[in-house]
Ligand binder design. Structure first.
Ligand code: LER
Ligand code: MN
Length: 274
């Protein structure tokens, strides 16, 4: 397991759960200094990502790119893969596709979280899930060209009514044609929705592609009340080899949240060399 920390390049997402903000070079420098293995970037758009010297920043600081988020498509442009308007769905697919191309060229997977949208008004959950499946079956082969997966993230009930629990995610993967979609298991959402977080991770097993490492209150792990050891044990048991990526509030400051995260990572995952 490897450690990662989030960097948001989206001013409109201010107040959101990202550790570092705005300045990729400064964020990478802090992350490397603290001993993180990787960063996870939340960019404004694929175009913004393409215009940044990401590769050289990563190289300079000896960091990997854990994943790239697409939430700005929703936060900034109000695009959703399950919008009732086919034109908006097409634009949402284009937004994620372009991100897959940029992230993929950097060897990183792309995340679909908020872009899953929600079933509302005349749209049934079944209909929304059909649209989401259609989108994922277009997007996942695109990611496959770069030998990376597409990560799909169940979100708590206040953010979606589509993929909420890990079992929703697993049932959804079953209906896809593509085998290149894995689940992003966010410990903050799971703390709200799962009866037993460790059991949910064991059930997902090889379908766990990425983990958002957050405490119960979405602060850095150690600042809330989630019981982390059984979760790390479950991840070891399923031979999880991916990242534990801190998608948490920058509280009391970015530096403290990052420092607390890496200390927790070292405390709970020490001796773990897989
Ligand atoms: C949103 O709550 C979240 O967890 C993000 O990772 C989704 O884009
Ligand atoms: Mn998340």
């Amino acid at each position: 397991m490897r450690s990662a920390v989030t960097v948001s390049l989206v001013p409109e997402a201010r107040g959101g759960p990202f550790v570092f903000w705005d300045d990729l070079e400064a964020a990478a420098s802090s992350a490397a200094m603290l001993g993180f293995d990787a960063i996870e970037i939340f960019p404004h758009s694929a175009e913004q990502l393409a215009g940044l010297p990401v590769r050289s920043i990563l190289q300079r600081h000896g960091l990997q790119l854990a994943a790239v988020g697409t939430g700005a498509g929703w936060v900034v442009q109000r695009l959703r893969l399950t919008d009732p308007d086919p034109e908006i769905r097409a634009r949402a697919i284009a937004f994620v596709s372009n991100m897959i191309d940029q992230a993929g060229a950097l060897g990183a997977p792309t995340i679909v979280g908020s872009m899953q949208g929600r079933a509302e008004q005349a749209v049934t959950r079944e209909q929304a899930l059909d649209w989401l499946a259609e989108a994922c079956d277009q997007l996942a082969p695109r990611a496959e060209r770069f030998h990376v997966s597409l990560f799909l993230e169940p979100l708590n009930r206040y953010e979606t009514n589509l993929l909420v629990r890990i079992t929703d995610g697993l049932a959804f993967l079953d209906r896809l044609k593509s085998r290149n979609v894995k689940l992003l298991c966010d410990l903050f959402h799971m703390n709200i929705e799962e009866a037993d977080m460790a059991a949910a991770l064991r059930l997902a097993a090889a379908d766990v592609g990425h983990v958002h490492f957050a405490d119960s209150n979405r602060h850095a792990v150690g600042y809330g009340h989630t019981n982390i050891p059984p979760i790390v044990d479950a991840l070891k048991q399923i031979h999880y080899r991916g990242f534990l990526s801190a998608e948490v509030l920058p509280k009391p400051s970015s530096e403290s949240a990052a420092k607390q995260t890496i200390e927790s990572f070292q405390k709970y995952c020490r001796g773990e060399n897989s």
